[in-house]
Design a protein around this ligand. Structure first.
Ligand code: ADP
Length: 406
């Protein structure tokens, strides 16, 4: 029994899971919501489920949660009282999802005061995410003293990208003083999915060239050469690249100037517009691909435009990364849309036979994976590989503490 907790802490929520790595059982599934929500008592919520132990009753508590430390304390108190953690051998370590590791972190790292300080110094690069991640780490250290804590960074997998791909064509001083460069995100997913795809095809990972399309609410594409990330569509922030659920993806960099001159937009307005009101939602009012496909089938023009734009953008990146890589063993689809939408996969890959990509309509039909969806003769294989970000964080955290002898 090796029980690993995975913590994904945002500014107002804590997602917590405990996985038994040996049996792959989901032992605790917990969510704390409404942290710091002082308007109206009872908006805070704790939800605890114990899928591996059906005899233990679900726990639902609605009461104000003042801050992350309070939420974490409630979560641990209630979980410990059920005795499920001991029944599975007790927690071996806690793996924290940390969004931005900058240039400092290229792999999962055992958390010390110095590491926490380095994550704090990276806040200007991820002002919406790193502060919540830091609070989650502090709170977990407080309630589970003596249990090793590991930071697993969304950016780490992309630290192999070479300078000619990660630098922006901007004055040097911006890189030197502020580390303005491409970092890339979804790294845990791209790493896991590319290794799983290589194993699925029986190709040694160090020889594996692939293009991974992580298409969820957030979406990014990565070019993988020899098992390593050599380019990715997200940049300094997760806003760059593909069209997403509510994020714009690539736009003309002169747009902020235009909007400031013509609409008097403030920095905050602009931030909200690009992150929350754009993408699929901006074009058709919906950010859920299932709803968009249903509307499209019913003849809705704006849903069709949103769908076509989404697929077209992904197709452009696919073509660009084919040129980056030269030889591509596999195109791999993952995440909510990538795993479940045959229509999106078809729209991205159709007509690419001259480039060596031929989908098999029968294999492409239906949801889920892992599966191969290209024809037997397709030079580049097309795969669907479900992403398992939490499992991967647990595996990496465990590996990290073994290496560190913690
Ligand atoms: P994230 O983790 O980034 O929030 P997910 O990876 O869960 O996002 O993906 C969410 C997206 O997947 C939504 O747009 C949702 O509509 C889409 N999705 C899920 N199931 C289907 C399906 N059967 N057909 C089309 N899209 C789907």
């Amino acid at each position: 029994m090796t029980l690993i907790a995975i913590v994904n802490c945002g500014s107002s929520s804590i997602k917590f899971r405990a996985l038994d790595l040996d049996t792959r059982e989901n032992v605790v599934d917990a969510l704390v919501e409404g942290i710091g929500d002082s308007i109206g008592a009872g908006t805070g919520k704790l939800r605890l489920r114990f899928p591996a132990n059906p005899e233990v009753a679900d726990i639902d508590i609605a009461e104000p949660v003042s801050d992350t430390a309070h939420g974490m304390e409630m979560l641990f108190r209630e979980t410990l009282a059920t005795g499920v953690l001991e029944r599975h051998g007790g927690l071996a370590c806690v793996g924290h999802r940390v969004v931005h590791g900058g240039e400092d972190f290229t792999e999962p790292t055992l958390i010390t005061d110095a590491v926490l300080e380095a994550i704090r110094r990276l806040i200007p690069l991820a002002p919406l995410h790193n502060p919540g991640n830091i609070e989650g780490i502090r709170a977990a250290m407080e309630v589970a003293p003596g249990i090793p804590q590991v930071a697993v960074f969304d950016t780490a997998f992309h630290q192999t990208i070479p300078p000619h791909a990660y630098r922006y064509a901007l004055p040097n001083v911006l890189y030197e003083d502020h580390k303005v460069r491409r970092f890339g995100f979804h790294g845990t997913s791209h790493g896991y999915v590319s290794r799983t795809a290589a194993a699925y095809l029986g190709i040694p990972v160090e020889d594996f060239n692939a293009i991974v399309l992580h298409l969820g609410n957030g979406a990014s594409v990565t070019a993988i050469r020899g098992g390593q990330s050599v380019d990715t569509s997200m940049g300094l922030t997760p806003l760059e690249g593909l069209m997403m659920g509510t994020r714009s993806g690539d736009i003309d960099p002169a747009l902020p100037l235009f909007l400031e001159r013509n609409r008097g937009l403030s920095v905050e307005d602009y931030d909200t517009m690009l992150n929350r009101e754009s993408g699929l939602k901006g074009i058709c009012g919906d950010n859920d691909m299932r709803a968009i496909e249903e509307r499209m089938e019913a003849g809705d023009e704006s849903a069709k435009l949103a769908f076509d734009m989404f697929a077209y953008r992904a197709r452009k990146y696919l073509g660009a990364y084919m040129a980056v890589l030269g030889r591509v063993d596999a195109v791999v689809f993952t995440a909510g849309i990538g795993e479940n939408s045959p229509a999106v996969r078809e729209a991205i890959c159709s007509g690419l036979d001259p480039l060596g990509i031929t989908l098999d309509a029968g294999r492409n039909a239906g949801r889920g994976g892992p599966k191969e969806i290209s024809t037997a003769g397709s030079r580049t294989k097309v795969l669907v590989i479900p992403t398992e970000e939490e499992l991967e964080i647990a595996v990496q955290a465990q590996h990290c503490i073994e290496q560190a002898g913690a």
